[in-house]
Structures are given as C-alpha cells and as structure tokens.
Design a protein around this ligand. Structure first.
Ligand SMILES: Nc1ncnc2c1ncn2[C@@H]1O[C@H](COP(=O)(O)OP(=O)(O)OP(=O)(O)O)[C@@H](O)[C@H]1O
Length: 261
C-alpha cells in the first residue's frame, strides 16, 4: 500500500509513570502528516522523539489527546505502520529470507507467494544473493537492509524509523540514505524518521521537525526544498554541497542547540 493515509495528532501528550515519579515526555502536541511526506524528527536527547514515534506506531497510548491514521484512532500496533529500529531485530534462527517471509507467513500468505514477495524485496534492498545467509553472517548495514525488507514486505503505508542508521559507518549510512530515497520514491510511502543527524534529516526529508527538550514539544516545523527537487526526483549526495543545503543545516542545527535550554 502506498502512503495514502494522513497521520493526525490532536492535543497528544505523554506522561510516563515511574517509581521515582512522573515524566512528561511530550507536551500537548498537534501534528498532521500528509500521505507521501518524508518527515524527520530531530532534537536533543530525551526530547521525546522516540515517544512520538511509538505513539504513532501504537506501542504507547497517549495520556491525553488522540492519534489517528486515516481517520481511525490508533490504539495498537498495525502491519500498516511498519517500524524499523536502530538495532535490527532479525530472528537469528531464521535465514535472511525466512526473516522477510515471517510477516506474510503469520498473515497466512501461501508459501509460493511469500517466497516471491521476499525475493522481490531482498532484490530491492540489494540483498538478492543473501537470502540463504543467517543474520549474523551479514554486516550491520546489510542487517539493516534486511530489516527494511522485512518491514516493507508487509506493504505498510507508513514506515516509522527510529535512528535506523545510527550505528553504521558514514559510507554505509550515506548509501542506505540514497537507497531509502529510491524506495520512498518508488513505493510512495509516508516515512517518519527519527535521527540525531541534521545532515541526514535535511538530505532525506521533505519536512523536518525540531523538538525541544523537557518537556518535549515541537519547536520548529520546516519544509525542505532543495535545488533540483521535483516530482519523482531522487536526491543524490551532491546536493549537500549546495548553499541552500548548508543554510538549512545551519538553521536547524542552531535550533537544536537552542532547544537544549
Ligand atoms: N518507558 C519509559 N518509562 C519512563 N520514562 C520514559 C520511558 N521512555 C522514555 N521515557 C522518558 O521520556 C523522555 C523522552 O524519551 P524519548 O526516548 O522519547 O526521547 P528521545 O528524544 O527519543 O531520546 P534519545 O534521542 O536519547 O533517543 C525522557 O526523559 C525519557 O527518560
């Protein structure tokens, strides 16, 4: 499914109850994400980025307010909202292909069909020759690709990614960024992407949200328009050398520093 459903947060706040008291992780927040947007969320550590993502995923319930996807209230996780975490959560006892087939298998997709789907997705993420390997035989970058294939095979309209490339070396990270942009263009998904890297956020996104710390709230909501952008265009890393890219990066990095206080 392409990202055809709008994400809507209305007055959403989150307070965690802990043994040492309450933590207001997210102040009452209004946010609408249109189908097909690529939205990155940046901000200082502990500002509620993961919390916001988990609320959209349905892993957490809002303390106040309502999260809706396509006009339906989110109360639990759903296969239509795929989640990619920083640490790949592949099953070590299954092959890479087995991992990708797992979701369709649970949904009762026939063996031939799910094999076909898994092969197609592995091909798409550049792991066509690695289906028979076990996850531990893959590099970190390849594991993350496998993880993305495992999420995309369920054809979610919305993909929620929590620092997916945080643990990878710079070169692998840049490659996976461009691959992700290609996938996003091809599949027309809605992507919500949490990162600590302003460079990554500006390069990938159509929109960047800067959150400020304690309690978390949206400080800046910025459309990103880079030279060469147009319908169907996949950005390449050369855009990072443009004056507009540098200007946006400086502006948003400054906003994050300001959001620390
Ligand atoms: N399950 C939880 N129980 C209690 N407090 C929590 C829980 N999850 C998060 N918090 C608190 O909520 C606040 C926001 O945390 P969150 O993980 O959403 O921030 P973050 O911006 O994603 O941080 P980081 O960038 O360090 O990953 C923090 O103060 C954190 O300690």
């Amino acid at each position: 499914m392409s990202g055809t459903e709008r994400v809507d947060l209305a007055g959403v706040s989150k307070t965690y109850q802990t043994s040492s008291g309450e933590t207001l992780a997210l102040e009452a927040t209004d946010l609408a994400i249109e189908p097909g947007e690529f939205v990155s969320i940046v901000g200082p550590s502990g500002c509620g980025k993961t919390t916001l993502l988990r609320l959209i995923a349905g892993f957490e319930n809002a303390t106040e307010g309502v999260v809706e996807v396509g006009g339906t209230r989110v109360t639990a996780p759903s296969a239509d909202r795929g989640v990619v975490f920083q640490a790949p959560t592949l099953y070590p006892w299954l092959t890479v292909r087995g991992n990708v087939e797992f979701g369709p298998k649970v949904r009762g997709v026939s063996k031939t069909q799910r094999r076909e789907q898994a092969e197609r997705l592995l091909e798409q993420v550049g792991l066509g020759d690695f289906g028979d390997k076990r996850p531990y035989e893959l590099s970190g970058g390849m594991q993350q690709r496998a993880q993305i294939a495992r999420v995309l095979v369920n054809d979610p309209g919305i993909v929620l990614m929590d620092e997916p490339y945080g643990a990878l070396d710079a070169l692998t990270r840049e490659r996976l960024q461009v691959d992700l942009l290609k996938l996003w263009r091809r599949a027309a998904k809605t992507i919500v992407f949490v990162t600590h890297s302003v460079d990554e956020a500006v390069f990938l996104s159509t929109r960047v949200i800067v959150m400020s710390a304690r309690p978390g709230r949206i400080a800046i909501d910025r459309e990103i328009d880079l030279p060469g952008d147009g319908p169907g265009v996949v950005r390449d890393r050369s855009v990072t050398a443009t004056a507009e890219f540098q200007r946006l990066r400086t502006e948003l990095a400054g906003a994050i520093y300001a959001a620390h206080d």
